[in-house]
Design a protein around this ligand. Structure first.
Ligand SMILES: [Zn+2]
Length: 379
């Protein structure tokens, strides 16, 4: 052990002239100053280098964070709305999210500034968990059932116009939908002089849907049957916002309406009246149904116009709307210059959700049947 210690002493003596270690030899003061100064200088340089290294590392990591935040927020904006759907988000977190989004995209920031200002003074109204399952924009598909079966439906025999026929006097729809259908079919008849379009089915109750479903399964098997008939409880026909068209031809069985020939006018212009072709070509993976040119769903203007122009089915459209808040609403203008502002409010954890609405403008609120509410403002 002593040998090792001696070796270290000799090494230090040779290298630094540290005679101070050897008690027997006096050390000149100038040499002590020189050695101590050198050690201090080397230590200072070493610390400076270490500090610079750690600083540049932290700068890089901050930049990475910013990049990941930006990309996260743009993903939130563009693709996934899961974060915004999250019911646990407080309004503070929402505004943070929005400010992040604004800083990440100047154009959107300017757009959101303008559209938010267009709403004017705001107040709030309350909507309940029950309301989430009501309204013209509720999504009903193979995963989402119709909670309030036929609540809106009323027989249309007395309120329909003469420009089309009903398969029987029991055909029912929500009264507003009947009026829009009257408008559309009156225009069609005025242009083409035909009144042979028939509403083959409007509102369908749970038992009728169950009967149809099991009848189809008996014919085709479950997998094939479910491509065209929804299980009971999960049919859009139970909402009162949906109908199937047919042509009034004697002796014909089944649906003969394909939206072709002169009838293509109906399918091409129905969005102006608030209707969409609910099951379009190429989207059966999303909707769960094959193309049905006879099956119309009322969602209301301007939603029908926007969805049709942008080739979105209802599932896609409702997902898309979730990135628009009252601080940054979606702005829609139609060919006639009518303007709308549309935004989404996630359902709160409580029974009631506070919905911000404009004080001085007309608006309507619809649940989406799964996560929140859509506010549609006429500007
Ligand atoms: Zn249908």
């Amino acid at each position: 052990m002593n040998k090792i210690f001696d070796k270290i002493k000799n090494f230090l003596r040779k290298f630094f002239g540290l005679y101070i270690i050897d008690e027997n030899k006096p050390v000149p003061f100038s040499q002590q100053v020189l050695v101590t100064g050198t050690i201090l200088a080397v230590t200072c340089i070493a610390f400076t280098i270490m500090y610079l290294c750690s600083y540049s590392k932290s700068v890089i990591s901050v930049n990475m964070d910013e990049t990941s935040q930006t990309s996260t927020s743009s993903v939130t904006k563009e693709v996934s709305e899961t974060e915004q759907v999250s019911k646990s988000e407080s309004s503070d977190e929402n505004s943070k999210e929005e400010s992040k989004e604004e800083s990440s995209n100047t154009e959107e920031s300017e757009e959101s500034m303008d559209t938010a200002a267009m709403l004017g003074n705001m107040t709030t109204v309350l909507k309940t968990t029950d309301d989430l399952h009501r309204g013209e924009l509720i999504l009903v598909n193979k995963e989402l059932s119709c909670r309030y079966d036929g609540e809106n439906a009323e027989p249309m025999a007395d309120t329909k116009s003469g420009s089309y026929v009903l398969v029987d006097n029991n055909v029912s729809l929500a009264p507003d939908v009947t009026l829009k259908l009257n408008d559309m079919m009156d225009t069609f008849e005025a242009i083409y002089g035909e009144n042979d379009v028939m509403v083959a089915c409007g509102y369908r109750d749970y038992n009728t849907q169950a009967h149809l479903y099991f009848e189809e399964i008996d014919k085709k098997g479950k997998e094939e049957a479910e491509k065209s008939v929804a299980p009971p409880g999960y049919s859009e026909h139970q909402t009162g916002y949906t109908f199937d068209l047919d042509l009034n031809r004697e002796g014909d069985a089944g649906i003969n309406y394909y939206g072709d020939g002169i009838y293509s006018w109906i399918n091409e212009n129905c969005s102006d009246y608030g209707f969409i072709i609910r099951y379009v070509e190429g989207k059966d993976e999303i909707t769960g149904f094959m193309y049905e040119p006879w099956h119309f769903r009322y969602v209301g203007v301007p939603h029908s116009i926007y969805m049709t122009k942008n080739n979105m089915v209802l599932e896609e459209y409702l997902d898309f709307l979730q990135k628009y808040t009252s601080n940054s609403p979606l702005y829609i203008k139609d060919d006639e210059g009518n303007e709308w502002l549309i935004y989404y409010v996630a359902e709160s954890n409580d029974y009631e959700t506070e919905i911000p609405v404009p004080q001085d403008k007309e608006y309507s609120i619809s649940g989406d049947n799964y996560s929140g509410f859509i506010v549609t403002v006429s500007n």
